[in-house]
Design a protein around this ligand. Structure first.
Ligand code: OGA
Ligand code: MN
Length: 253
């Protein structure tokens, strides 16, 4: 087991900086009042059989790959994609660092993506957060994890960008427990690279999964134990990363 490498290298505990990129999104939303304020209430889109499957996989192998296209409200993935494309043109999208007070130059040898934190205010984000709520509640009922909240950001990888092998949380901190990555790229070919490679939770040398970042594809995994990496992308690559957390520190909104 390659614990030195995976433990030592990267702990991307990024301080949430909840820039809204708000102006650009407000322009996108126009004056439509449905785009302002509370999450829209709607039918429950997360069925309990799927939550069973998700919880079983996390409890046994520690990870699962899935297709969320039909589990999210119709049209939502397209709206999220439109939003990240717009944010990507604003200053809200900033270079990602690793840990607190991080050294951006050093960080760039580990990760090259840019991120913008999600605040759940825009209509598509509010809908996505409703999904996150249901996943959090469903996992809590099945795995007794006591997940209190989540944090999520959009990421953009430009051609050549990567994120070397890392885990998302220090073991024993009980902060980030479950990671979710969700992709927003249509017609992603093999030649486009940018796959998410997942390693075994016990044998960190053993690759166990390789995901193409195609729209709707997603992976859930244990934040503390499942190492993963993003291979260099060959075209712009959009994703959403979300962490379900056990701690209760309120988000500085
Ligand atoms: C991360 C991460 C994977 C991806 O942000 O911690 O591992 O595919 N992202 O974007
Ligand atoms: Mn990660």
């Amino acid at each position: 087991m390659d614990s030195e490498k995976t433990k030592g290298v990267v702990v991307p505990l990024i301080e949430p900086r909840l820039e809204r990129g708000g102006e650009a999104l407000d322009r996108l939303a126009g004056d439509d009042p449905q785009n302002i304020g509370e999450a829209p209430s709607g039918p429950n889109v997360v069925d309990s059989f799927w939550l069973d499957e998700l919880a079983d996989a996390l409890a046994s192998t520690g990870w699962i790959e899935c297709d969320l296209s039909f589990r999210l409200p119709a049209g939502l993935l397209g709206e999220l994609k439109r939003e990240v494309e717009i944010l990507d043109k604003t200053e809200a999208m900033a270079r990602a660092g690793i840990g607190r007070g991080s050294d951006l130059l050093k960080d760039r040898s580990v990760r090259r993506d840019k991120i913008v934190w999600m605040d759940g205010f825009s209509a598509p984000q509010a809908e996505l957060f409703r999904f996150f709520d249901q996943v959090r509640d469903g996992l809590n009922r099945r795995l007794f994890l006591g997940l209190k909240r989540y944090e999520a950001h959009y990421s953009t990888y430009q051609s050549g960008d990567f994120y070397k092998r890392h885990v998302d949380s220090f073991q024993g901190r009980a902060s980030r427990m479950i990671s979710l990555v969700l992709y927003l790229n249509d017609d992603w070919g093999l030649e486009d690279g940018g796959e998410l490679r997942i390693f075994d939770a016990k044998d960190h040398e053993a690759p166990v999964g390789l995901l193409r970042p195609e729209t709707g594809r997603a992976a859930f995994f244990l934040s503390e134990t499942v190492p993963h990496e993003v291979l260099p992308a060959r075209r712009t690559r959009y994703s959403i990363a979300c962490w379900f957390r056990q701690d209760e520190v309120p988000l500085p909104l």
